[in-house]
Design a protein around this ligand. Structure first.
Ligand SMILES: [Zn+2]
Length: 106
C-alpha cells in the first residue's frame, strides 16, 4: 500500500507526490494536434511548482505530438503553460484537462 508518511526520505516523498498526482489523473488527454484520445500519460515532476496539483504529458503515437494536461490554480497553470511553451517551442500546444475529464468531479 502506498501509505505516505509525513517524514519520509526524499524518494518516499516524491513517490507520495506521484501517488497524489495519479489520483488526479484524467481518463484521457485529447491530442491537441489530431484529436486522438490518449490514455497513456506520464506524470510530470511538479516539485516546487506552487499551485499546481497535477501535470501530465501524453505522447500521441498517431502524429508524434505531445499534449500536456495541467491542473491547479488558474494563474499557476498559465505560468506552467508558458514555461512549457518556452521549453518546447510555441508550436507545441499545452492542453488543460477540461473538468468533464476528471475521474471524480468535485
Ligand atoms: Zn495526435
Amino acid at each position: 500500500m502506498g501509505q505516505a508518511r509525513l517524514r519520509g526520505t526524499p524518494e518516499q516523498r516524491k513517490a507520495a507526490a506521484i501517488d497524489r498526482q495519479m489520483a488526479l489523473r484524467p481518463k484521457f488527454i485529447t491530442c491537441n494536434n489530431c484529436q486522438a484520445r490518449l490514455t497513456e500519460m506520464s506524470p510530470m515532476d511538479i516539485a516546487g511548482l506552487d499551485g499546481i496539483e497535477a501535470a501530465f504529458t501524453a505522447h500521441c503515437p498517431a502524429c508524434g505530438h505531445d499534449t500536456y494536461a495541467l491542473k491547479g490554480e488558474a494563474e499557476a497553470v498559465a505560468r506552467l503553460h508558458m514555461a512549457i511553451e518556452d521549453n518546447v517551442g510555441a508550436a507545441s500546444k499545452a492542453g488543460v484537462v477540461p473538468p468533464a475529464n476528471r475521474p471524480d468531479p468535485a
